[in-house]
Design a protein around this ligand. Structure first.
Ligand code: KIV
Ligand code: ZN
Length: 512
C-alpha cells in the first residue's frame, strides 16, 4: 500500500489573507462544505484569535464539517491557542496549528526576540496546545530562510512536546525546488525524533514555483502533507494551488507513488465557488481549472485528440469536473430537474427555501436567456439573493441610454436596508454612468482599483460576470455580479462590493 499524501487546504485562512478576498462566515461555510465534498483531509478554517468574525467562522465550520479535520491557526501564545481550542470544540477532528518565526530577520526585526526566547515560546506553546487538542501542527514561520542548526533545535523540541505535524513554510516564496526538497530532507535526517511527526510543505508563489517546490518537498524531502489553496489563492502571488498539486500527484502516480483521498470530480466546482465568492478571476490558461485547460484550438491537436485522446491529453477533463458545454436546462424545466442538476454539479443547498430562491432566479434568467448552461447555474447559486444574506444594498432595476456621439445616461433603483432609492447620472460609458448613479446616493468615497468582465460560457449569448475591486481607508474588497446584461452585472458587482466595504467584518493580519 502506497503512502498517503495529506491535502491540507488553507483557502479559508492563508487564501483569505489576500487583499480583497475576505469572506463572510456563511461564504466560508459554503466553501468548507465544498472542500469536504472534495474530501480534503484538513481544512484550515481561519485564525480564531484574529477577530470575533474569524472565531465565529471557525466555530461554525467546526460544528458543521464531519469528514475533514478542521484546523485553526494560532500564534505561539496561550491566548491564541485557547481561542483556537474553544472555536474548535464542536469539531469531530480538530487540529491547532501554531506558529512562530524562526529566521534571524523575523526574530530580530519583527518579533524583537532572541533565538532562545523563540525556542522557549515554541516549546511552551506546543506543550500548552497539546493539553487541549491531540492533533498539533507547528510551523516555524519563514522556516526556509532560517538557520538550519537553530531550526533543528526548535523542531526537535516541539516534537518532543507533542507536535504531530511539522510544517516548513517558504513564507516569502524564495525557494528553488531542488534546494527546498533537500532542505526538508536534511531536517528529517538531522533531527533525531523526526520520524515521530508528519512533515508538511507550505510554499508561496512569489517566483512562480510554489507547486514545484511543494512537489520537491514531497519527492526529495519525504513530506507527506501539502498545504495549498483552491486556485492558488493567497497573498501576493498566492499559495501552492490545490488542483495543480493534486492532479500532478494523481497523473504522475508512476513517479510519486502516493495515494490521495481527494475526489477530483469536485475540483472545478470548488474553483468556481472560490473565484465567484472572492472575485478573483481564474486566468483562461490556468492549469486544470482555466477555461482553456482542455480546449484544443489548433487543427493538428483537434485531429489528434479525435483519433486518440491521449495524443495530446494527459488528464481527462471529466475527472476534474468539466462537462461538455451543453444546454442543460431551459425555460420549461421544472424544479425537480433544476434540483437534480444542482446535485449533479455538487451544489448542496442548505434548505428547501434556498432551492426555491435559486429556482426563482433560474426562472427569471430562463425568461431572458433561452439556453442555460452549467456555468449559469453555478453563477446564480452564488448570487446573494439566493444565499439570502441580509445585505445593506440590493439591486432592483436599471435603465440606461447610449448612442454614438452622445454622453450615456443611466438611472438605477436599488435598496438601502430594504428601502428603495433612485439615482441617475451620466458617464463616459453606460457602465460608468450606472455606477455613478449608485454613487449619487451612496457617496462611498471608494476608489475602484479593478474592473473586469468575463463571459461565463464563452459567447455573446452568455451571462457576463463582472468583478469590481474597491479600496477605501486601507480596506480592499471584491464584488462579483452576473447577468446577461453586462451593465446590470456591473451594477450588481458594484453593490456587492459596497456591501462588503460597509460590513463590520474586521480582520487582523495573521502574521501581525
Ligand atoms: O506562510 C507562512 O509562513 C504561513 C504560516 C502562518 C504557516 O502561512
Ligand atoms: Zn503562508
Amino acid at each position: 500500500m502506497a503512502d498517503k499524501l495529506i491535502i491540507f487546504d488553507t483557502t479559508l485562512r492563508d487564501g483569505e489573507q489576500s487583499p480583497g478576498a475576505s469572506m463572510t462566515r456563511d461564504e466560508k461555510l459554503r466553501i468548507a462544505r465544498q472542500l469536504e465534498r472534495l474530501k480534503v483531509d484538513v481544512i484550515e478554517a481561519g485564525f480564531a484569535a484574529s477577530s470575533n468574525g474569524d472565531f465565529d467562522a471557525v466555530q461554525l465550520i467546526a460544528n458543521n464539517i464531519k469528514d475533514s479535520t478542521v484546523c485553526s491557526l494560532a500564534r505561539a501564545n496561550d491566548r491564541d491557542i485557547s481561542r483556537a481550542a474553544e472555536a474548535l470544540k464542536g469539531a469531530q477532528q480538530a487540529r491547532i496549528h501554531t506558529f512562530i518565526a524562526t529566521s534571524a530577520l523575523h526574530m530580530e526585526k519583527k518579533l524583537r526576540m532572541t533565538p532562545d526566547q523563540v525556542f522557549e515560546q515554541a516549546k511552551q506553546s506546543v506543550r500548552f496546545a497539546r493539553n487541549l487538542v491531540s492533533d498539533i501542527e507547528f510551523s516555524p514561520e519563514d522556516g526556509y530562510r532560517s538557520d538550519v542548526d537553530f531550526l533543528c533545535r526548535v523542531i526537535e523540541a516541539v516534537i518532543h512536546e507533542g507536535a504531530t505535524t511539522i510544517n516548513v513554510p517558504d513564507t516569502v516564496g524564495y525557494a528553488i525546488p531542488e534546494l527546498y526538497g533537500n532542505f526538508i530532507k536534511t531536517l528529517r535526517e538531522r533531527i533525531p525524533n523526526s520520524d515521530k511527526a508528519i512533515w508538511s510543505v507550505h510554499c508561496h508563489n512569489d517566483l512562480g514555483m510554489a507547486v514545484a517546490n511543494s512537489l520537491a518537498g514531497v519527492k526529495i524531502g519525504g513530506a507527506r502533507q501539502v498545504e495549498c489553496t483552491i486556485n492558488g489563492l493567497g497573498e501576493r502571488a498566492g499559495n501552492c494551488s490545490l488542483e495543480e498539486v493534486v492532479m500532478a500527484v494523481k497523473t504522475r502516480k508512476d513517479y510519486f507513488g502516493l495515494e490521495l483521498g481527494i475526489d477530483t470530480h469536485h475540483i472545478l466546482a470548488a474553483s468556481r465557488m472560490v473565484s465567484q465568492t472572492t472575485g478573483f478571476v481564474v486566468q483562461p490558461n490556468k492549469a486544470v481549472v482555466g477555461a482553456n485547460a482542455f480546449a484544443h484550438a489548433s487543427g493538428i491537436h483537434q485531429d489528434g485528440v479525435l483519433k486518440a485522446r491521449d495524443t495530446y491529453e494527459i488528464m481527462r477533463a471529466e475527472d476534474v469536473g468539466w462537462t461538455a458545454n451543453k444546454i442543460v436546462l431551459g425555460k420549461l424545466s421544472g424544479r425537480n430537474a433544476f434540483k437534480q442538476r444542482l446535485q449533479e454539479l455538487g451544489v448542496q443547498m442548505e434548505s428547501e427555501v434556498d432551492v426555491n430562491a435559486a429556482f426563482a432566479r433560474f426562472k427569471e434568467l430562463a425568461d431572458r436567456k433561452s439556453e442555460i448552461f452549467d456555468e449559469d447555474i453555478l453563477a446564480l447559486v452564488s448570487d446573494e439573493s439566493v444565499t439570502h444574506v441580509k445585505e445593506q444594498y440590493g439591486f432592483v432595476s436599471l435603465s440606461q441610454h447610449s448612442e454614438t456621439g452622445e454622453r450615456p445616461t443611466a438611472s438605477i433603483v436599488f435598496t438601502v436596508d430594504g428601502l428603495e432609492v433612485k439615482g441617475a447620472s451620466e458617464g463616459n460609458g453606460p457602465v460608468d454612468a450606472s455606477l455613478k448613479a449608485i454613487e449619487t446616493h451612496v457617496k462611498s468615497g471608494a476608489e475602484m482599483v479593478l474592473y473586469s468582465v468575463n463571459a461565463i460560457s464563452g459567447s455573446t449569448e452568455s451571462q457576463g460576470e463582472v468583478t469590481v475591486r474597491l479600496q477605501n481607508s486601507g480596506r480592499v474588497v471584491n464584488g462579483v455580479g452576473s447577468d446577461p446584461d453586462i451593465v446590470v452585472a456591473s451594477a450588481k458587482a458594484y453593490l456587492s462590493a459596497l456591501n462588503k466595504l460597509h460590513s463590520k467584518a474586521d480582520r487582523v493580519a495573521a502574521q501581525g
